[in-house]
Design a protein around this ligand. Sequence first.
Ligand code: MN
Length: 197
Amino acid sequence: MKVINPVNGLFIMPELGYASLDNAISANTLSFHHGKHLKAYVDNLNKLLPGSGLEGLSLADVVRKSQGAIFNNAGQVLNHTMYFEQFSTSAKPMSDKMNKLISDAFGSVESFKKEFEQKGATLFGSGWVWLSIDANGKLVITQQKNAENPVTDGLNPLLTFDVWEHAYYLDFQNRRADYLSALWQYVDWSVVESRMN
Ligand code: MN
């Protein structure tokens, strides 16, 4: 799990390591998705936390212990931070160890990607598709609605694709499945695998 702590009491925006992901996420989408949507979630969370009793906790702990507006904004900050940080224009391939874990769980890497895309494409409404690892070291794919994150189910989240329409509509319009399949080439597995610790 990536631990994200407040800095001087405030959660901060993750920096983008890329200006666009050519075939998947345009600079225009990033300017709205990172620069407007995520910025609003970060600003809202920082306004809501004082006096809530949740000050000083890590972001995942805020998500675990909150409801309502704080949960929605904290969840979206955690989800988007993990989403934006896992992509790179010089993405590292998965390790042999990860390849084996995924192949053991899903049959093959290709079957895993197919199931992940299918769960993303069939999630009704807004939400996220996640790959997580459970306490027994088993990999699972889950659909999470709205601002949900698998940490609330005791899972360790590793990889996520955002399927809110704001993530893809400027580039792909209604073609959510095409957006999902275009993302794989930018997934930096060194980042994903670092979340297992
Ligand atoms: Mn989003």
